[in-house]
Design a protein around this ligand. Structure first.
Ligand code: AHM
Ligand code: MG
Length: 342
């Protein structure tokens, strides 16, 4: 046995946990109080609890629909309800937040009276892509965090209705072939993979960058006949031969926006949920889905627009507001902009 056997075979891996990464990021901000570290630590605990349930969804009687409907009139899945309540209860007593809002809940989610109110607000989609749960396809949790605007006490609707250019942080947890926590506080996008054996999210993708141009687009093209001519022209264009690759763009659509986002973050290309004749604001929610993912897209060097303007400059007027969206590789989104504008 060589003398350096232990150093060669058992050399310890370089470990950077999510918590440590957040602490180190916060240390770079003079005057930081550690609130943010505590907030994201609570969220990562919630993510692990949700992951535990998602990963055994086929084993227990948790699959299938509940019989009530959420505020958007969609039948809720049991796991949606579970994720919604788990995240709320993991975040309601830390003293970091003064109010929350969830895609699955009607109005403002108050912090219970007995707990201290903090200086941040959080909006979240507890389980994006929930129609995919029964098919064992990747789903995810999306979150946005803003600094409160009101001075003290319970947070208000104005605290929640802030444009994306005011975000303090955003991210998502992806429950896929592995579980990932991806976040940004405005200094790049960083990805952590859950090691279930030690129960920690470990840094796996630092400073993720969306390739400048992709080879794939992601859209529910079954809606083609409902789109107006300009939108149709975008997708007709990407079906032409691309001189860069000598082939047309490929279509990749998971039907879980956050999973489509993650693929685009790694491989490039773009995602779209355009308006159609009936749904003139598209389908996806500005506050819970589009603002956080647009922030991450920009932080990773990509772009995100609604067809006319930057998503992050849109002022939300309603907590459950919808918006058309196009995000992804910078060059691809600029092509989309040109085709929609012309
Ligand atoms: P959800 O948050 O209720 O799961 O709905 C949002 C999902 C997105 O993740 C996905 O991109 C879209 O709805 C799919 O919609 P469609 O089936 O119309 O293509
Ligand atoms: Mg969603």
């Amino acid at each position: 046995m060589p003398t350096d056997y232990y150093s060669e075979v058992l050399s310890p891996p370089k470990l950077m946990t999510l918590e440590r990464h957040i602490v180190e990021g916060e240390r770079r901000h003079p005057g930081a109080t550690g609130t943010f570290t505590g907030l994201l630590a609570d969220l990562s605990l919630a993510a692990k609890v949700v992951w535990k349930e998602v990963s055994k969804a086929g084993l227990v009687n948790i699959l299938g629909a509940t019989d009530d409907e959420n505020v958007h009139g969609e039948i809720r899945k049991k796991l949606d309800v579970y994720a919604n309540e788990t995240i709320y209860h993991a975040m309601d007593h830390g003293g970091h937040l003064c109010v929350m809002a969830s895609e699955e809940s009607g109005g403002l989610l108050k912090i219970p009276d007995q707990y201290p109110k903090g200086k941040y607000v959080m909006l979240f989609d507890p389980l994006d892509g929930s129609a995919n749960i029964d098919a064992n396809i990747t789903i995810g949790t999306i979150f946005s965090i803003f600094r409160r605007k009101s001075e003290s006490g319970d947070g208000t609707i104005e605290d929640l209705l802030q444009p994306g250019n005011q975000l303090a942080a955003a991210g998502y947890i992806l429950y896929g072939s592995s579980t990932m926590f991806v976040y940004s506080t405005g200094s790049g996008v960083h990805g952590f993979t859950l090691d279930p054996s030690v129960g920690e999210f470990l840094l796996s993708n630092e400073n993720m960058h969306i390739p400048e141009k992709g080879k794939e687009y992601s859209v529910n093209e079954g809606n083609y006949n409902k789109w107006d001519k300009k939108v149709q022209r975008v997708f007709d264009y990407f079906k032409e031969i691309d001189p860069a690759t000598n082939r047309p763009y490929s279509l990749r659509y998971i039907g879980t926006m956050v999973a489509d986002f993650h693929r685009i973050l790694l491989y490039g290309g773009f995602f779209a949920y355009p308006p159609d004749m009936k749904n003139t604001e598209g389908k996806l929610r500005l506050t819970y889905e589009c603002i956080p993912l647009s922030f991450l897209a920009e932080q990773a060097g990509g772009k995100a627009i609604d067809g006319e303007m930057r998503i992050l400059d849109k002022q939300p007027m309603d907590i459950h507001q919808r918006t058309p969206i196009y995000f992804g590789s910078k060059e691809d989104i600029e092509t989309v902009e040109r085709l929609l504008g012309g």
